[in-house]
Design a protein around this ligand. Sequence first.
Ligand code: HEM
Length: 397
Amino acid sequence: MTTHPPHPPLPTLRPLLDPSPEYAKWRSEEPIRRVTIWGDNSPWLITRHEDARAVLADPRFSADATHDGFPGFRPQSPPRAPGQFFMMDPPDHTRLRRVLIPDFTFRRIEQLRPALARICGELLGAMTADGATTADLVKAYALPLPSLAICELLGVPYEDHDFFQRQANAFSSLSSGPKEMMAARKALHTYLGELLDRRAREPADDLLSRLARDRVATGEVSVPEAVGIASLLLVAGHETTANMFPLAVVALLRHPAQLAALRAEPGLWPGAVEELLRHLTVAHSGLRRIATEDVEVAGVRVRAGEGVLVALQAANRDPSAFTDPDTLDVRRDAAGHLAFGHGLHQCIGQSLARAELQVGLPALFDRLPGLRLTVPPEDFTLTMTTVHGVRSLPVGW
Ligand code: HEM
């Protein structure tokens, strides 16, 4: 048994964009193996694409973090809050997730694209104002873009972003203890509870108002559940795309021929975004599940009560699913990648994330054709959260 406190290998600073080399070895030699994540919690690590899909689609694997021995991100996590459906199984998961479906359909998110383009234009305008030629891309673009988008969708005032970005970060930081997480949750839930109450009295055209009017008032979800749902979206909406975006920029700047292909043929962008999602797989901490019955995976019997960790970054580099998987190829058909997970819990925000990247990346490279990194990748500080990314990205143009 190998010990990797507190997680299986985290991404390395160099080469930064690739999963740790152990994953390739394990995938070919021991595609299901035990790892110790903390204390005596030793889930099975799954590294092959085929097995990852099978586990994530199998109802005998539960996402319910209240099970004894669940392989959570930390030895001590605060108890699950109402509405946090990503840690639930059906029927509660189904009931709560269903509430969001109308707001996250492909069509609904397509309608947000003009607003996203406007946001990008304004952010780029601010970034280049007064003849500026350098910026921290995370602060100036990669964080405000998803933040403004999720605020617009939810109906949360962006002026409060310093407050809720701090809470979102405390939630997902791997160094947060249960006390800090509880404090962040309390602050965020109080804030969102007041906002929900206000929207119930003065509805607007946003998700919080629809939650208040169509779901809480009808008794379909309780007030604490509605607050939990809103907080889940606010946190997930920040901590994912904001990390994906700078890594995508670094990847393209380090592969100038790929970037040149995109400049020459802008029609390649949607496929390039899928390839970047596959190649970078920012949800690097493994999707966590626990077996509720004995299940055979890759020839090994996983017993009821044993945890599993699905290593998406290893599955997305599996040569049996993707030819030459370590190569970034914007012309590749990356369909079937698992960057958004698979099965019941597959990312509900994926259309929004795609739209943000498909609008935000070309807007950036069009406006700043000379974009370059001003510090070497070795000097980047990684975000030590459940999602892989960099804290800041100094760029010039
Ligand atoms: C679930 C990745 C953007 C909201 C997930 C899961 C992954 C993921 C891997 C599955 C978790 C599991 O099965 O345990 C990503 C990536 C993103 C992104 C890579 C951006 C590049 C977003 C955005 C939102 C969002 C923008 C919100 C607006 C959620 C929610 C879930 C989820 C609520 C839980 C779904 C469920 O349990 O049914 N995401 N996500 N995500 N994501 Fe995302």
